[in-house]
Ligand binder design. Sequence first.
Ligand SMILES: *Cc1c(COP(=O)(O)O)cnc(C)c1O
Length: 389
Amino acid sequence: MTKERIFLSPPHMSGNEEKYVQKAFELNWIAPLGFNVDAFEKEMCQYVGVKEAAAVTSGTAAIHLALILLGVGKGDVVFCSSLTFIASANPVLYQGAEPVFIDSEPDTWNMSPQALELAFQDSLKNGVLPKAVIVVNLYGQSAKWDEIRRTCEKYDVPIIEDAAESLGSVYKGKASGTLGTFGVYSFNGNKIITTSGGGMLLSNNYSAIREARFLSTQARDPAPHYQHSSVGYNYRMSNILAGIGRGQLEVIEDRVFARRSVFEFYKEHLGHLPGIQFMPELEGTFSNRWLTALTIDEKVCGVSAAEMLKILESENIEARPIWKPLHMQPLFKENKYYRHSDSESISEELFITGICLPSGSNLQKEDQVRIIHCIQNRINIETKEEMYL
Ligand SMILES: *Cc1c(COP(=O)(O)O)cnc(C)c1O
C-alpha cells in the first residue's frame, strides 16, 4: 500500500472564511469589487502598516500593474532577482521590456548588492539605467534591503518588492512588502495564506494605488457612457475570494508561527547531518519560513539534491528543487546576468544543491517525522542519536 501523500504547501483554512463568503451570498454580491474586497484591503493595510492596497487576481497581475505605474515600456530595462519563480519576470515581457538578472548572495539567497552595483555601473556606462528593480524575498527570507535600497537610491531607480512568498516576514521592524516603492503579495493556493488565487499591490502612494484600481477595472473614464482613453485590464479581485482572504488574514500570525516551527523541527533533527545546511536567517530579519529550504553537499553526504528528491517522491513526499534561476531559463537565454563575483554564481550553486521540504502550516508531526526519517536513513550516518516518535 502506498503511503498517504504529503504535500509541499497545501492550503490551510481557518474556518472563518465561509462566514465572509456566506455574507457575500446573502447580499448576492457575487462580483468583482464589493465589501469583502474593500475590507480585505483595509485589513491588510492595518496589518502590514502601509497606506493603500489594491486586491487583484494574482501576484503576477500586481507586478504587472507596478511596472505600468512606473512607466516601464517597450525597450526599457528592468533588473530582477534571478533566483525566483518565473512570475517575477514575466510581466516585464508583457511590457515589451528587457529583464536583466541579478545573482544571489549567500547570507539571504537573495539579490546580491555587489552584483546589483556592478549591473548599475554597466548601465551607467551604456547610458541606459533600468526603469525599475524587482527584488524578491525568497521563501520568506528578506533580502539585504539597506544595501539594495542605498544602491537604488544612488541611481534614483524605484524598487518593486516581490513579497509573494514573504507575507508575515519582517525586515528591521518593517513588514515585508512595505520596503519598496511598491510591494506585491500573492494568495495563490500554495502561499502562506490563500484566496485560491489572488494578489495585492501595496504602496504608500495613494494616487498610484487609485490608478492601479482604475487600470485593473478596464480603465474606464468617468463618463456617462463607456469611454476609454488608455489600455485597461480585468485584474480586480472577486468579492468571494476576498472573503476567503479576510478569514485567512485573521490567522496569519498563527500560520507564520506554525511554518517557523516546522522549520525548527527539521533543523533540530537534520541540521547536524554532514553536508546538510539550512537556509540562513539574516540578523535583524524575521522570516515567515514559507518553505523550509536546505542544501545538500553531495561530496560530503554521498547523495545529491536531485537523488534526494527522487527518494522523497518514492515515499510519496512532495519535495521540490529550488527555483531554477531565470537566467538559466530557455525563455531568457539572450538576457544579461550579473553574478555575485567573478568566481561565484550563487543562484546556480543553490539550484544544484537545494531542495524545499513539505512546509505546510497544517503539516502533521507524524508526517514530518516520516520525512525526517526518510532523509536520515538515506544519508545513513553513523550518529546514534535517537529519533523520538
Ligand atoms: C507565487 C509567486 C508569484 C506570483 O504569484 P501568483 O499569485 O501566482 O501570480 C510571484 N513571485 C514569486 C516569487 C512567487 O513565489
